[in-house]
Design a protein around this ligand. Structure first.
Ligand SMILES: Cc1cc2nc3c(=O)[nH]c(=O)nc-3n(C[C@H](O)[C@H](O)[C@H](O)COP(=O)(O)O)c2cc1C
Length: 173
């Protein structure tokens, strides 16, 4: 489902929520687009502006929790992962090359995301190119909490990703 969701705009898993830890130790959540899911390497990827607060947060505490919910599939996933930032280098370049021109537009904004402005119109003209600000956050899955809602009884399971493989266990929903 995750591999499919990264490739298709349709379906609830395409726009998950990613939580990080803020500078005050409090949770910070935001919606992102799931850009890639690599099943063999247990990796999930999103793109962001390297100037955004979440990048600073991940540098301090490189841990995230993903939240996926697909109402149609009645499935929720809560995924703990380690985050790695690629602001330069081949991983970034490959994803920049593959990204749609429309998606690249966001990175042309002249001021860093979250900068306070007097009025929405007072943001300076966009930069000619957003390449410098584009960055990739690739996360490695530590565990998955899977919840499937069913009228005859919900199902919940946990998958722990370790050196020796994946350990699966049922949980009380
Ligand atoms: C549907 C949707 C998709 C979004 N996708 C992204 C994304 O892929 N990357 C991103 O940085 N922000 C994305 N955003 C904006 C974030 O939710 C957030 O507002 C922004 O990144 C600022 O987050 P921060 O202040 O925690 O850094 C998206 C928002 C929505 C509503």
């Amino acid at each position: 489902m995750l591999v499919k969701a990264a490739r298709s705009r349709h379906g609830g898993f395409h726009t998950p929520v990613v939580a990080s830890v803020g500078p005050d130790g409090l949770p910070e959540v935001r919606t992102v687009v799931l850009r890639n899911a690599a099943r063999d390497r247990a990796e999930l990827t999103f793109h962001t502006d390297r100037r955004s607060p979440k990048i600073a947060q991940l540098k301090t505490q490189p841990r995230v929790q993903w939240l996926f919910y697909d109402a149609h599939a009645r499935t929720q996933l809560r995924i703990d992962a380690f985050a790695e930032i690629f602001a330069d280098g081949p991983v970034k370049e490959a994803r920049w090359e593959a990204s749609h021109p429309m998606s690249r537009e966001c990175y042309r904004v002249a001021l860093p995301p979250s900068t306070e402005v007097d009025r929405p119109e007072s943001i300076p003209e966009p930069l000619p190119d957003g390449h410098e600000h584009f960055s990739v956050v690739r996360t490695r899955v530590v565990s998955i909490d899977w919840l499937y809602l069913h009228h005859e009884g919900h199902r919940r399971a946990r998958f722990d990703y370790g050196e020796a493989g994946i350990r699966a266990s049922w949980l009380v929903p």
